[in-house]
Ligand binder design. Structure first.
Ligand code: HAM
Length: 394
């Protein structure tokens, strides 16, 4: 037997109902904030991710599903949505069309990660990107949308925020951090490499031994330039005004290189369910005119176990037909039932149909036997009450 591939999964039944509820609630909130949906390809040039997420990130270095197509192009399955949206934004020159743009997307993403709880190789995100506004009011909006989605899903979370600076202040900080990391021994293999090429990532390492080593590492907060400091301060004030509870976490750096200034993560029981931040240089770095931006993405798969299934749709009808081949009569009944949810039982066997209806939770069984056809009526059995009534057709 051929089984599904490791790290990939099937989504069905109650899990799928919850999955769709998350999609629906997210779409509802994003549309209320006037975000426009965009459906983007799952495949892009590998180069797009190398240039945006960064060559020395885990995502690009180890986790990309990249391949050469028959035409010799180096392509990759998207590991995230932001790079593609930025590519779309630039390709369509949206910066000339509107002073600012708000876009959202949903769909599968692919990362060759080690499968474990809440971590799959194909997972689903809903994400939003807000282009064209430099002020912290845009960070606030993205955080308010995130909160609103999680609140409507009745998920309780903890919001962590940080600022990781900009072109002006980050280089100096990185020098200091590198110096600090060079002077210490005992880092994991990955961090030994990262400490030169991508020192910020060391702060984020999941290995306990690395976490201990960076406990008293220099903090970015002490190195932020005036503009970054003011931005961060203003955002915190705004969050306060809007009664958004948050925790400052100076070690929060995120796993993708495009971020500047604000970064944030919504955490539930140790798992990040939604995350994002600003990326003010990415549009420019990918060839567009300089456009500041901020966004988030939520992990649908991680939210599924945390929410209640939606209430089942009531009022499903099961039709049992043993009307002596009078299909025209059956068709008339189907037409009159159409807006309702119904299913035709595939056998002319009332006993079996009733027990099936019971098991599957059908509220009504519609009986169409010879008598019914002759008498121009149907018999409707209410499965919960056990009552039966005749309904005459017009
Ligand atoms: P990210 O933190 O890499 O950010 O992913 C966002 C969310 O996707 C995570 O918080 C998590 O819930 C979910 N996720 C990530 N990897 C997996 C996985 N292997 N299995 C299950 N769920 C996963 C981004 O992708 C950025 N593009 C977010 C963003 C948008 N920043 C600005 N705009």
């Amino acid at each position: 037997m051929i089984e599904r591939v490791r790290g990939f999964r099937d989504i069905f039944g109650e899990e799928l109902e919850k999955f769709n509820k998350i999609r629906e609630v997210s779409r509802e909130v994003l549309k209320a904030f006037n975000y426009k949906e965009v459906i983007l390809p799952v495949v892009e040039y590998e180069e797009l991710y190398k240039r945006s997420i960064g060559d020395f990130t885990d995502v690009v270095e180890k986790e990309m599903f990249s391949f050469t197509d028959k035409g010799g192009r180096r392509l990759a399955l998207r590991p995230e949505g932001t790079a593609g949206v930025v590519r779309f934004f630039i390709e369509n020159k949206l910066y000339y069309k509107r002073p600012y743009s708000k876009l959202f997307y949903e769909g599968p993403m692919f990362r060759y990660e080690r499968p474990q709880k809440g971590r799959y190789r194909q997972f689903y995100q809903v994400g939003a990107e807000f282009f064209g506004v430099l002020e912290p009011i845009s960070d606030l909006e993205i955080i308010l949308i995130s909160e609103e989605i999680l609140k409507r899903l009745k998920v309780s979370y903890k919001l962590h925020i940080n600022s990781i600076g900009c072109r002006v202040c980050r280089p100096k900080y990185l020098e200091e951090l590198k110096k600090f990391l060079r002077e210490r021994e005992g880092f994991c293999k990955d961090c030994q490499r990262r400490r030169e090429k991508n020192p910020l990532r060391v702060l984020d390492c999941k290995e306990k031994s690395c976490q201990v080593l960076v406990e008293d590492a220099p903090k970015i907060d002490d190195y932020l330039c005036k503009e970054c400091k003011e931005h961060y301060q203003k955002l915190k004030e705004l969050l306060g005004e809007f009664k958004v509870e948050f925790y400052e976490n100076p070690k929060l750096v995120r796993g993708l290189d495009y971020y500047t200034k604000t970064v944030f993560e919504f955490e539930v029981e140790g798992l990040t369910v939604l995350a994002g931040g600003r990326y003010d240089y990415l549009v420019e770095e990918l060839g567009g005119i300089p456009t500041p931006a901020v966004g988030f993405a939520l992990g649908i798969d991680r939210l599924v176990p945390l929410i209640e299934p939606p209430k089942r749709e009531e009022e499903a009808y099961l039709l049992v037909f043993f009307g002596n081949g009078n299909y025209r009569y059956l068709q008339r009944i189907l037409n009159s039932l159409k807006p309702k949810k119904f299913e035709i039982y595939p056998k002319a066997n009332l006993k079996k149909a009733l027990s099936f209806a019971n098991k599957e939770g059908f509220k009504f069984v519609v009986i169409i036997g010879e008598d019914e056809v002759k008498g121009n009526y149907i018999t409707i059995k209410d499965m919960q009450r056990g009552e039966q009534k005749k309904v005459y057709m017009l």
